[in-house]
Design a protein around this ligand. Structure first.
Ligand code: FAD
Ligand code: NAG
Ligand code: NAG
Ligand code: NAG
Ligand code: NAG
Ligand code: NAG
Length: 606
């Protein structure tokens, strides 16, 4: 339940809204809308905002989580605090994985946004669209050229407005203006805060240019190489689907309403349409014991609850793999065997290096070595939204391939989407960063993430109960293939070559803690594997659990993202991707949601 102060704050923030903003189902003045969007997250808010552009259409967004402007909203607003938006915060679902067999049976946290904006309000703000080859392969697998890079580029541009950095530095040579949007809802730009390590990274791209070439703009379709990291930050603050799409729509239109702190618990069959069972109603509830209320969509229901919860809601409705449903105590009414299967995610490991004590890093803030450092940074951010807090702490990112003649490729073949698609990623942070490792209390560091971008491991999500308030079972099944393990070993060796470049001499002094064995000149694969098994985390990119496929016997949705075998329901979120892109996914999810909005508008002549 919402506290009085939060309620007051919300009425202030949404006081001028034309659409309604509800925090309790009893406040709804009608039970029927043209479209009901399930989940006010990344993709859901795009669809709701675009459909409501037509004033004759009524749209309701139902979001399980809380407002993005209430209690502790600084965590979902200040970019540098992004990593704290999930851990023990009001904005997360608090999911965990099943024990991961390849990771010494560890149970991993599995963050998901529980807030307007969904995971776009809690993520780490890295903005990459994927490689041209990723999208062209989607088009082939889905059998619809609208998913190809050349068609998607207009949707990528439509979602963004390029930002000039708040610190006023020149961005010449840091991005390619021709591939960016100038009139879209999400603010995107390169860093507003330059770091002393930036010049060393750029020097490395010159000294070791064959392995680590510079790429002017990784969002041009050409993903590979090292570039200036782009992030979804506008005027020094996080730009999410809540701030960019939903709030402006609700503030300016009468035909879009939002209900938060309320879960959709299942879909309800409303009849038969075109020979298929039709599901145009759904049930909502705020607590496990409250009486469910039924709402109805005149046109259709859009499921945008994300890769975990969109499949969960369908399964709770009796749609899915009959054996999974039976075990959970739900009667199977529609058999969709692939639902919840094919879960793909990017595993990552962090590693850190000690740097000289006089280096200028953000450790005084993040290790809490100097309480004044945070106070001062907050004062600066509050004054004019500049400084380290307006940044995400990382200015460069690189996407790479295994060499064609590498033993991994020779043994297993190329598992990426094509020669322009990445097998792995490295990115550098100007201080100590980690998920999972205990933080040191002193010192100065540079951190490096290593990400597996073309994983072959496949996991699943499944309900384990008919209770919609119980967490589903989540298994990313990390490193269940040797290809994945060998690729990550290669990524670590590659990072080791990067940091040994002459550009880092006298700066990257020694490897931190137990990465020392892995980064030692004489380290063995076993040293690297031990580190991987101990420290792997999810980068939190679960996708593909309700994949689109042109073959009606495969996947869950068709090329128009309609759930096969039933009528009245479409899925628009990360779950419909046929395979995970070889980059961070959120920019691609915005693009896909823009495309889906056009598909829905054209289906109804809107
Ligand atoms: C901690 C973290 C860091 C990440 N970092 C990055 C990054 O730097 N760059 C990047 O590209 N990607 C990143 N990602 C991934 C990216 O943010 C997600 O892939 C993307 O936001 C997912 O979009 P979506 O629309 O599928 O789901 P979401 O944005 O998660 O939206 C789903 C929404 O549905 C709501 N919902 C769920 N169940 C119900 C229900 N039963 N009833 C009503 N509402 C419901 C949820 O509360 C949520 O608001 C990160 C993710 C996390 C969690
Ligand atoms: C997750 O835990 C936090 C407290 O750490 C809580 O505020 C939040 O409501 C929880 N999320 C859910 C979905 O219960
Ligand atoms: C499942 O179906 C059976 C037989 O139709 C019925 O008796 C039972 O109540 C149903 N269970 C649920 C959970 O709906
Ligand atoms: C740190 O100290 C070293 C050695 O004294 C010196 O060469 C370097 O310029 C100093 N760096 C900074 C950022 O002050
Ligand atoms: C922002 O404020 C800080 C001090 O709080 C100041 O040093 C800096 O120059 C200001 N930047 C801009 C762009 O106004
Ligand atoms: C690598 O060298 C270090 C010291 O030079 C030594 O302690 C370590 O045992 C060596 N490791 C292997 C696997 O040979």
């Amino acid at each position: 339940m919402i506290s009085l102060t939060q309620a007051t704050l919300l009425s202030v923030l949404f006081g001028s809204a034309l659409g309604a903003f509800y925090t309790d189902p009893s406040q709804l003045t009608k039970k029927t809308y043209d479209f009901i969007v399930v989940g006010g997250g990344t993709a859901g808010n795009v669809v709701a905002a675009r459909l409501s552009e037509n004033p004759s259409v009524s749209v309701l967004v139902v979001e399980a989580g809380v407002s993005n402007t209430g209690y502790r909203s600084e965590l979902v607003t200040i970019p540098f605090l992004g990593p704290q938006a999930s851990v023990n915060s009001p904005f997360d679902w608090n999911y965990t994985t099943v024990p991961q067999a390849a990771l010494n049976n560890q149970v991993l946290p599995y963050y998901r946004g529980y807030v307007l904006g969904g995971s776009s309000s809690t993520n780490f703000l890295t903005w990459t669209r994927g490689a041209k080859d990723d999208w062209d392969k989607y088009a082939t697998l889905i059998g619809d050229s609208s998913y190809s890079w050349n068609n998607m580029l207009k949707y990528f541009k439509k979602s963004e407005t390029w930002q000039h950095p708040v610190d006023g530095h020149s961005t010449a040579g840091q991005y390619n203006p021709a591939v960016h949007g100038t009139n879209g809802p999400i603010g995107v730009g390169v860093t507003p805060q330059l770091f002393p390590i930036d010049s060393r990274v750029i020097k490395t791209t010159q000294q070791l240019s064959s392995e680590f070439p510079f790429n002017l703009d990784q969002n041009s379709g050409k993903l590979l190489g090292v570039g200036w990291l782009q992030s979804d930050v506008k005027d020094g603050a996080r730009s999410s689907s809540a701030t960019g799409y939903l709030t402006p729509a609700v503030n300016s239109r009468k035909n879009i309403d939002v209900l938060i702190q309320t879960r959709v618990t299942k879909l309800v069959r409303t009849g038969t349409s075109g020979g298929l069972p039709e599901y145009k109603s759904l049930q909502i509830a705020q607590t496990p014991t409250s009486n469910p209320i039924t709402l109805t969509a005149k046109k259709e229901i859009i499921l945008s609850a994300g890769s975990i919860n969109s499949p969960q809601i369908l399964m709770l409705s009796g749609i899915g793999d009959p054996s999974t449903l039976k075990k959970a105590g739900v009667n199977a009414t529609v058999s969709v065997p692939d639902l919840g299967k094919n879960l793909q995610d990017h595993p990552l490991i962090f590693a850190q290096w000690h740097v000289p004590d006089n280096a200028s890093t953000f450790d005084p803030i993040s290790l809490n070595e100097d309480p004044n450092a945070l106070t001062n940074a907050l004062a600066q951010w509050t004054a004019n939204r500049t400084g380290v807090l307006s940044s995400i702490g990382s200015n460069h990112i690189g996407f790479f391939r295994l060499p064609d003649n590498s033993p991994v490729i020779k043994k297993y073949g190329d598992k990426s989407a094509g020669p322009g698609s990445a097998h792995y990623e490295l990115a550098w942070q100007n201080g100590f960063v980690s998920v999972g490792q205990p933080f040191p209390t002193s010192g100065k560091y540079i951190s490096n993430i290593h990400v597996l971008n073309a994983p072959t491991s496949r996991g699943y999500i499944a309900i384990n109960s008919a209770d919609p308030f119980k967490a589903p079972t989540i298994d990313p099944n990390f490193f269940s293939t040797d290809f994945d393990l060998q690729t990550m070993i290669y990524a670590v060796r590659s990072a080791q070559r990067f940091i040994r470049a002459q550009a880092w001499s006298g700066y990257a002094l020694s490897a931190y803690s137990d990465s020392a064995a892995m980064f030692a000149p004489n380290s063995t694969d076993a040293d690297v594997i031990a580190y991987i098994r101990k420290w792997t985390q999810s980068i939190k990119h679960p996708m593909c659990t309700a994949a689109a496929n042109k073959d009606s016997s495969k996947g869950v949705v068709d090329a128009n993202l309609k759930v096969r075998k039933i009528s009245g329901v479409r899925i628009v979120d990360a779950s419909v991707f046929p395979f995970i892109p070889s980059s961070h996914p959120v920019a691609g999810i915005y693009g896909l949601a823009e495309l889906a909005s056009d598909k829905i508008k054209s289906a109804y002549g809107l």
